[in-house]
Design a protein around this ligand. Structure first.
Ligand SMILES: Cc1cc2nc3c(=O)[nH]c(=O)nc-3n(C[C@H](O)[C@H](O)[C@H](O)COP(=O)(O)OP(=O)(O)OC[C@H]3O[C@@H](n4cnc5c(N)ncnc54)[C@H](O)[C@@H]3O)c2cc1C
Length: 429
């Protein structure tokens, strides 16, 4: 990583970037700085990761699987898989793609993945990154232990089995608790998934039958460009144990050629479809680990709306077709189960995720963000921490019932708020 710009190219980091070669070097850098933020794989679309002082990337300590190592790259130490508990300890900046290959070679995997496997574990955990599935919680739910560097450079450990419900403040932390250098995750026996893509499906029909469609697979994603009154594609991902995929979804037939989530784009970077089974890590993400994910030039925005308002959220989405005309590459609608992390948008409530992949036009997208907030915020929608949004900070803060408890935990770990930045102060406190 040789850049101070985020993946999407819409944010230039102002912090001074350091890339320590050892944990000791990282701890020393933290101990000598007034303001510190951890930088992960830079996939966040806003200034959440930025720092008024030091930006610490632990990418040089990350594990790289030999199959994904590129020329000149070196790997950090291998993850440690405990055969008795099935838990794996991994360096914080390791990407899900590398970890998944390591695990699959040992007959294990993770319970779910986001749409791309290129993101780092600690960064995804910190922002409540999620995949899809009525029964699937945020990726942070798999975390059982975090190893951190505190503001004075000392090393601390937070453990789900020891720290009780304080641990629910530690996973989705927005980076405000400290520099995470090690993450321990629960794994599950490796399983296979086959994905089938259907379409088109009428927008109104799908809105009416959203629960039934969401139940069709282990993970289901519905894509619309809002340019027609349809979901152009519905991606149904079923484990092999769930048996064969249905012949159609609400009359939309199974496609007989590979597709990309954005209609008309070469599907070369998309994971295999047409019912061909493969490892969970190569089917649950939409994008292949060895390719650039998504469209490559985009800005994303996403709201997590309480699941009981799914139909209203879909109606609101349809109403955005006109105001967002010319900006939408594709919208994705997914389901996520409730979790217990205090700062997770899914805290104590299952949600429907309404996601927008927009063109990379910073000005026009910036002008449209309040319109999206008006449409989905009114339904109690919480903006995704890692994506673009414009909202009333007071309203956004009021959506988190455990926010004050979270801040107490932050202050107890970091009294000088070394690890907070403008984003955290604005949206959390
Ligand atoms: C193409 C694309 C597709 C995406 N798909 C999805 C999706 O399917 N589902 C979804 O929910 N999100 C998705 N996202 C958003 C993405 O998952 C989040 O932005 C995530 O936080 C990215 O992780 P990162 O390491 O790149 O984070 P960064 O942007 O580098 O950092 C994000 C946050 O994590 C903190 N952090 C990073 N490393 C550490 C550490 N070691 N210790 C403490 N804090 C740390 C940072 O301080 C910051 O607060 C997508 C993004 C892109 C670009």
């Amino acid at each position: 990583m040789a850049t101070n710009i985020n993946w999407a190219g819409n944010h230039v980091y102002t912090g001074t970037l350091v890339r320590p070669r050892s944990l000791e070097e990282a701890a020393d850098a933290v101990a000598h700085a007034d303001h510190v933020r951890a930088l992960g794989t830079r996939h966040t679309f806003n200034d959440l990761a930025d720092s008024e002082g030091l930006l610490v990337s632990l990418d040089r300590l990350a594990y790289r699987h030999p199959r994904l190592l590129t020329e000149g790259e070196e790997s950090g130490p291998e993850p440690e898989l405990d055969p008795l508990t099935g838990r794996v300890r991994v360096a914080a900046a390791t990407r899900y793609a590398d970890l998944a290959l390591f695990l699959e070679e040992r007959g294990r995997t993770l319970v779910n993945f986001a749409s791309l496997p290129h993101i780092g574990v600690a960064g995804a955990v910190a922002t409540a990154t999620h995949g899809s599935g009525v029964g699937n919680t945020v990726l942070a739910s798999a975390v059982t232990r975090l190893e951190l560097v505190a503001a004075d450079g000392s090393l601390r450990t937070l453990d789900r089995d020891v720290d009780g419900d304080t641990f629910d403040a530690a996973t989705v932390s927005l980076g405000a608790l400290g520099l995470v250098h090690g993450v321990t995750l629960e794994t599950v026996p490796a399983f296979e998934v086959a994905q089938t893509v259907y379409g088109p499906v009428g927008f109104g029909e799908l809105a009416d039958a959203f629960d039934e469609v969401s139940d069709l697979g282990y993970s289901v994603s519905c894509f619309t460009t809002l340019r027609t009154p349809t979901f152009e594609t519905v991606w149904v991902k079923r484990t092999t144990a769930q048996g064969p995929a249905p012949a159609d979804v609400l009359g939309g037939p199974a496609l007989t050629a590979e597709a990309h989530p954005i209609p008309g784009i070469d599907p070369g970077n998309a994971t295999a479809q047409q019912g061909v089974p493969g490892p969970a890590s190569d089917r649950l993400p939409h994008f292949r680990a060895d390719q650039l994910p998504s469209a490559g030039a985009e800005i994303q925005c996403e709201y997590l709306v309480p699941r009981h308002s799914a139909r209203l959220a879909l109606r609101a989405l349809a109403g955005l077709a006109e105001p967002l005309a010319g900006l939408v590459q594709v919208c994705e609608v997914r389901s996520i189960a409730a979790d217990t992390a205090w700062m997770s948008p899914m805290y104590n409530q299952p949600c429907v995720a309404v996601h927008f992949t927009l063109v990379r036009d910073i000005e026009r997208v910036g002008a449209a963000l309040p319109v999206i907030d008006d449409a989905l915020g009114v339904l109690g929608g919480r903006p995704h921490w890692g994506k673009q949004f414009r909202a009333d900070p007071e309203r956004a803060r009021s959506l988190y019932p455990r926010r004050e408890d979270f801040l107490d935990v932050v202050r107890s770990h970091d009294p000088r708020r070394t690890f907070s930045n403008a984003f955290v102060r604005t949206w959390v406190g």
